[in-house]
Design a protein around this ligand. Sequence first.
Ligand code: NAI
Ligand code: MG
Length: 359
Amino acid sequence: MKSYDIAVIPGDGIGKEVVPASLDVLHTVAEVHGGLRFHFTSFPWSCDYYLEHGTMMPENGLDILQNYEAIFLGAVGDPARVPDHISLWGLLIKIRRGFEQSINVRPAKYFQGLESPLKNPKHFDLIVVRENSEGEYSEIGGRIYNGEDQIAIQNAVFSRKGTERVMRYAFELAKKRRGHVTSATKSNGIVHTMPFWDDVFKDICKEYPDIGHASYHIDALSAFFVTKPEIFDVVVASNLFGDILTDLGGAIMGSIGIAPAANINTSGKYPSMFEPVHGSAPDIYGKGIANPIGQIWTAKMMLDHFGEFEIANLLLEAIEDVTSRGIKTPDIGGQSTTREVTEEICRCLKGMAGYNRTR
Ligand code: NAI
Ligand code: MG
């Protein structure tokens, strides 16, 4: 029996609805698998917590989280009561930085039963692996002079270590998928860092002779996300390019409510964090209609991270089965509630695994 200790932070708004839903699904996963057990410890760190304690999480919050194998997070933010920069920097960013979660992984896939804005989405199924700790998003630079002489400089930082790390992650991921990595570059316009990025990519390609590879300039690559997304398997990108591509990836799927994400610590020194792309959606909180799929698919990514690929894939199949039968929340054109979708996914999982409900 394998057992996983998971820290759970539902957070704010619909995080408090879709996280419990996903835990129900994970309990079902454990049940149908038979050889798995999850131990969840829930932490109330959120904007409510902030209003009571003046801090988003306790001083030793990271020390506490350090002991878990993964962090499963809903969403943080209650903009009517707490400014977003406080909630974001006080919890999310602290965890991402403190735990060196230098890689952000976001899949995008055509789902049966979902309406992609693409006219002909074919059956795209890709994952963007984004460098999440350096690159264009550095704090190096500044402004000098005033008036018409004003100058602003922003430096990009690409370390060999950071670049190799994200590329190796992409290739390892491709090994477990369809065996292809595309690099997002712009070495025709950005003449120092991007040729460096290309050089490192060539080096890493040599380490993986069995994995196919391609390199496209980010402008063309973005266009291909719209015109032929089915050509991509794993896409590796710098911080800025990855940021933009992942939003585009989410957009071609059809709804922010289904998009999952993972923040990965590759050294294994700290836990990785799994959280959906969407926020706390205060506009629908309390109505019971939040789409749980983003959070449930995020749970699937956590299972992948644990190496539980078989049951993870079964879970994804169950999600798709449910959407294809029209059991959907209103954001994706259905009339079902969070609960109904969740229960149906659990039922479907049990059915797929040939689980005998009468025992
Ligand atoms: P949001 O993602 O919460 O909502 C954007 C729109 O999408 C809303 O109309 C919402 O109803 C809808 N939506 C989002 N998730 C949904 C779901 N699962 N099912 C159905 N509809 C869904 O983004 P917004 O409104 O910009 O931010 C609200 C709060 O969330 C803010 O405080 C913001 O800072 C925070 N936020 C937190 C994130 C995180 O914890 N990682 C990410 C993005 C925003
Ligand atoms: Mg973004």
